[in-house]
Structures are given as structure tokens and as C-alpha cells.
Write a protein that binds this ligand. Structure first.
Ligand SMILES: Cc1cc2nc3c(=O)[nH]c(=O)nc-3n(C[C@H](O)[C@H](O)[C@H](O)COP(=O)(O)OP(=O)(O)OC[C@H]3O[C@@H](n4cnc5c(N)ncnc54)[C@H](O)[C@@H]3O)c2cc1C
Length: 404
């Protein structure tokens, strides 16, 4: 059977787009199929979404020559401050402070708006003759055939490839159709996301304020702007989300206080019901899952996209090495190497963010006391703090070549 491209990627979000660019870097052709009707990134409008990119992700973007297009629009995260508290009573006297100078690899991460990452990836995709990105291409079926795998689109077109990569998000239909089960649970929490413009400089400081209903993160963006990820219980989040901008702002104000001075909301507001979902298998014969399709986790540590980027760097290395050795890179034996490298780490990350959320999102006084004592002790032991920062930068464990 004639092959249409070496790889077919289902889902052209940030992870699917990056996967195609990385594959092209070592000479593999890919077709990216996305269900969306068109390229909304071309509107180049700030829509309120940003990500904290870990150092490991920055290294990957540098190694594929994408970071130069992002650098001027990114804000280094220089310090992180973690506080525990209650509404009305305000923060407790104990806090945990992570300083950029505690590690020697540069800023702990960079905050970048969704549109700037997307635009930079699309620019690379459009200049590559190895990548064919198709919008309005919802995949409805896949079928293993002799030596290849085919996918069928809603319009009836059928395409053949050696390997299908599922980057179709947390509700991956590809995983469901392949019979891959997922383990996890719904949180009774929704993340309310918006960006604010404020009076006082943030000086690159990121805040994580733990309130009983869930964490409130205030992350520095370019200029006097910050991204707010505000987690609330579902029922309350639904009500808050339905309010107009003025009422929404006044409720946020009660949580933020005035450390950034007067502020106003800019861009759109978003809300994401939170759920933990991990695929029991990341691979099958001629099929691999990456990003949220493989693992969707609580955003408490801002690590979801970073974990997806690591999947891609690892999968790319496994495919490249197999290709150079003359192995069939779509075979289950080869793909298992990717699963062995990434699944355990992903499960660990998912469960530690889950534990962290459970430990902090409650009003239990005994736990509150333990948290505060724990934060005081941790704050005074530099070696332990360095280890935690290193973990957050994504530079621990066995790193794939693209993250060196
Ligand atoms: C509130 C919040 C804050 C976050 N903050 C951070 C952060 O600071 N740092 C961080 O690292 N991560 C963060 N994350 C996680 C991050 O947003 C996700 O991990 C990431 O966006 C997942 O990208 P993806 O490409 O895997 O999936 P998606 O973005 O869901 O993309 C999936 C794509 O697949 C397409 N698709 C679906 N089905 C089909 C089909 N059948 N055929 C064709 N196409 C299909 C869709 O159109 C879509 O384009 C956050 C998440 C939340 C909820």
C-alpha cells in the first residue's frame, strides 16, 4: 500500500504542531489533521490564555529554532511565592519562597501567551515542505493494514501512514476507538482563567495562593500584565463565570487584594472543568499518544503542556534512533521504548499534583497547621528548595537529546 506520509498526527493543537516540526527536523514527513475549520492563530488577538513554559520546554524550542520567535514576547519567572490562607482572614504568616538564583540554569521558566507559541509553531509549519497541515479534517476511523495504518476522515478521504500519533486532547477519540482505557477522576473544581492589567510592577514574581476551594495562581506576563488561574468548586465557578466583567472583577479583587494595585481584566475569560485522566497504555501497534491525549492533569503546577513537550522530545528520539537503525518505527516493540520512558513519569506527575491539590484545597485545621509548619521548615532548607525548583524546571530524570 502506498504511504501518504511517514507519520499522521491527529490533532493540531500545540502538541500536535510541535510533533510535526520535530519529526521534520530529522527528515520525516507528516500530515497533521485537525477538526477545527480554520487557522484562528492568524487573528493574532490576545485571548487571555498563557502558559508557564519550564526550562526543559524552552530548551526544546531553542533546539528546533522556534524560541527566537517567542523570546521577545515572553516573561521570565524569577521568583515564586507560595502562600496558604483563607478568604477574609488573608494569608497566613508562613510562606515558601523560590528564588531564581537558587539554580544556575537561568530563569525557572517563561510565561508566554498561547497565541505567540501557536504563531511561532505555525510559521515553522508553513515554511516546511515536510509538513502538510489540514484544517477541517476530523478523523472518524483508523484501521491497521499490512505494514501500515489508515485513517478515514469525515469527508470520506482515506490516508495511509506508518505511524499514527494521537495529539487529539484529553477526550481523545483515537484512544477510545483503539480500546485504550483511561484511569482518573473528575475534580469538583473548575479553573477560571483570565489576564489582568495592573498598576504595580510584578518584577517577575509568580504567586500561588492556596485557598480552601482551590489554588489561585497569579503569573507574571510581559509589562504590567499577569495571568490569573483561579480554581473554585464547580458550583461556585459556574455562578462566577456567568457574572458580567464588573462583578467578576470585584470577586477576584476580594481574593487578590491590592499587592498589584488597581487592575482590570483584559482579553477573554475562560473556564475549564478539571479532571485527571491517564491512558493505561500510551502505545499500540502503529499508534502512539502524546500530550493531553495521554495524560491530562490538574493545572496546579502548570506542568501539562511541559509534560506533552517532553513526550514529543522522547518519542522523536525513539523514532529517530529506530529509523537510523533500519527498524520499523511504527512497530509495537519500538513504541514500547517511548511508553517505558514516559508513562511512569507522567503517572508520578499526575498523582503528585493530585496530592498537592488535596493537601491544600481544604479547610481541615490539622492539615492547615501541618502545611504551615511544613512550609516554614522547607523555606529554611536551601538544598531541598533547590531540588523542588529543579523538578519544576523539568530538568530531572533522563532527558531526551532535544532537551539538552
Ligand atoms: C487552566 C489551565 C491552565 C494551564 N496552564 C498550563 C501552564 O501554565 N503550563 C503548562 O505546561 N500547561 C498548562 N496547562 C495544560 C495545557 O493547557 C494542556 O496540557 C495543553 O494545552 C494540551 O495541548 P494538546 O495539544 O495536547 O491538546 P489540545 O489543545 O486539546 O488540542 C487537541 C487538538 O485536537 C483536535 N482534535 C480533537 N479530536 C480530533 C479528531 N477526531 N480529528 C482531528 N482533530 C481532532 C482539536 O481540534 C485540537 O486542536 C493548563 C491547563 C489548564 C486547564
Amino acid at each position: 500500500m502506498a504511504i501518504d506520509s511517514d507519520i499522521i498526527i491527529i490533532g493540531g493543537g500545540l502538541n500536535g504542531s510541535l510533533m510535526a516540526i520535530v519529526a521534520a527536523k530529522f527528515g520525516l514527513s507528516s500530515i497533521v489533521l485537525d477538526a477545527k475549520e480554520n487557522d484562528t492563530s492568524r487573528e493574532n488577538r490576545f485571548d487571555g490564555r498563557s502558559y508557564a513554559l519550564a526550562l526543559s520546554s524552552i530548551r526544546l524550542l531553542k533546539n528546533i529554532d522556534v524560541f527566537d520567535d517567542i523570546r521577545d514576547n515572553s516573561q521570565p519567572i524569577l521568583d515564586i511565592k507560595i502562600l496558604d490562607g483563607k478568604l477574609v482572614q488573608g494569608p497566613s504568616q508562613f510562606s515558601l519562597h523560590f528564588d531564581n538564583n537558587d539554580i544556575h540554569d537561568g530563569p525557572m521558566g517563561q510565561m508566554v501567551e498561547d497565541r505567540f507559541i501557536r504563531n511561532a509553531l505555525f510559521a515553522k509549519i508553513y515554511e516546511s515542505d515536510q509538513i502538510d497541515y489540514k484544517f477541517a479534517s476530523e478523523v472518524m476511523e483508523h484501521k491497521r493494514e499490512k505494514g501500515c495504518i489508515s485513517v478515514k476522515l469525515r469527508n470520506g478521504n482515506k490516508l495511509h501512514t506508518r505511524l499514527v500519533i494521537g495529539a487529539d486532547g484529553k477526550n481523545s477519540e483515537l484512544a477510545r476507538r483503539a480500546g485504550i482505557k483511561k484511569t482518573g477522576w473528575k475534580y469538583n473544581q473548575t479553573a477560571l482563567v483570565c489576564a489582568i492589567e495592573h498598576e504595580i510592577e510584578h518584577n517577575g514574581l509568580a504567586w500561588q495562593y492556596f485557598l480552601p476551594n482551590g489554588p489561585l495562581a497569579v503569573l507574571p506576563m510581559k509589562g504590567k500584565h499577569s495571568s490569573v488561574v483561579w480554581t473554585e468548586q464547580n458550583i461556585y465557578a459556574k455562578a462566577v463565570n456567568s457574572y458580567d466583567k464588573t462583578k467578576y472583577t470585584s470577586i477576584l479583587e476580594a481574593r487578590l487584594g491590592n499587592f498589584l494595585g488597581k487592575f482590570k481584566i483584559i482579553g477573554d475569560r475562560h473556564s475549564y472543568p478539571l479532571e485527571l485522566k491517564i491512558a493505561d497504555q500510551f502505545v499500540d501497534e502503529r499508534l502512539a499518544l502524546v500530550g493531553d491525549a495521554a495524560h491530562s492533569i490538574h493545572p496546579i503546577a502548570g506542568q501539562g503542556l511541559n509534560a506533552g513537550f517532553k513526550d514529543i522530545a522522547v518519542l522523536a528520539q525513539v523514532i529517530e534512533d529506530a529509523f537510523l537503525r533500519g527498524e520499523d518505527f511504527g512497530s509495537l516493540g519500538v513504541l514500547k521504548r517511548y511508553e517505558e520512558w514516559r508513562r511512569f513519569d507522567s503517572v508520578q506527575l499526575a498523582y503528585s499534583t493530585d496530592l498537592f491539590n488535596k493537601l491544600f484545597s481544604n479547610e481541615n485545621e490539622a492539615l492547615r497547621l501541618a502545611r504551615n509548619v511544613g512550609m516554614k521548615i522547607l523555606d529554611s532548607i536551601p538544598g531541598v528548595k533547590q531540588k523542588i525548583i529543579k523538578e519544576a524546571t523539568g530538568l530531572t530524570g533522563e532527558l531526551p537529546r532535544l532537551m539538552h
